[in-house]
Design a protein. Structure first.
Length: 299
């Protein structure tokens, strides 16, 4: 859709496009349907902290490319915002004036806690006064308590993936390429696909063993169990965290190919076992547990 049209829009980072974000986005779509305005989302392609204070940039819940796919699936047009020093120095009134005059935004929907512009102490009432002055229809979306990107990041970091998934509205995914490892899992009957995430800024869940789904290159969705951590029982000299998926009922070669892991729940913490036999016994139990969890998830 061409930019030279009158719009109803929203603006923000939208990391994760979670349930709280979707309240805002659905209101944009509803207004578009009733007014004939074009529905747009003005989304920051990079987190503003990349410019303001890189040391404080939070890990991503979702890449910008994945965000754009979500927006398109919902029926929204996307205008990427490249945050820079010029934007950093803009006030909230500058933003609204720019959206209204240059981008033809007639109605702007903002989240209940959304702040934009460097005058972040401004209240919604301050925004409203300026919007009225320039003829911009400003709407504050409904609040969804206890749902934010910050809360979801904390839950994932703590391994509380089920709670995070409820707030996201979908299973938290990791995408990446399968790389070669030591192939020690193969020797004990549990071959694994070692995932190298496609974005090093993406948030990795807490260490532990998870029930998950794996989407393979053929588009099929398989049950899986995923270990994240340092593999304390099988030491191979690596110090970094590994992400290893044992994919059920799948034997094809995945090296160099892209897969997606969707995390369902944390089954147990990672721990060191006294022997390889003890580890194998635990892995058999983990697999049985994962199959039961995933079976219930599919029902």
């Amino acid at each position: 859709m061409k930019e030279e049209c009158h719009k109803v829009a929203t603006i923000g980072t939208f990391d994760g496009v979670h349930c709280g974000h979707r309240i805002v986005l659905e209101q944009v779509l509803s207004i578009a349907s009733s007014t004939g305005l074009a529905p747009f989302v003005y989304a920051f392609a990079e987190h503003p902290l990349e410019i303001i204070d890189p040391s404080r940039v939070p890990p991503k819940l979702m890449t910008f490319e994945a965000q754009c796919r979500k927006f398109e699936q919902l029926g929204l047009n996307i205008h990427p915002i490249r945050f820079n020093e010029e934007l950093r120095n803009m006030t909230s009134s500058n933003y609204m004036q720019e959206l209204h005059d240059r981008h033809l935004v007639d109605t702007l929907v903002i989240g209940y806690d959304n702040k934009f512009g460097h005058d972040r102490d401004s209240s919604f009432e301050d925004y409203q006064r300026f919007a009225d002055k320039i003829g911009l229809n400003l709407i504050k979306a409904e609040e969804l308590p206890d749902v934010s990107s910050t809360i979801i990041r904390r839950l994932i970091t703590e391994g509380k993936i089920e709670e995070a998934n409820k707030k996201l509205g979908y299973l938290y995914p990791l995408h990446g390429i399968v790389e070669h490892g030591k192939e020690l899992g193969q020797t004990i009957g549990f071959p694994t696909a070692n995932l190298h995430p496609d974005d090093h800024k993406k948030l990795i869940p807490a260490n532990g063993v998870y029930a998950a789904f794996a989407i393979t290159p053929d588009g099929q969705r398989h049950g899986a169990m995923v270990n994240i951590g340092h593999r304390p029982t099988i030491r191979d000299g690596r110090t970094y965290r590994s992400i290893e998926a044992n994919i059920f009922d799948f034997n094809d070669n995945l090296y160099g190919k892209s897969i997606t892991l969707e995390f369902v729940c944390l089954m147990r913490q990672e721990r060191q076992f006294k022997s390889i036999d003890e580890l194998k016994t635990q892995l058999v139990a983990d697999k049985e547990k994962a199959i039961k969890i995933l079976s219930n998830k599919n029902n």
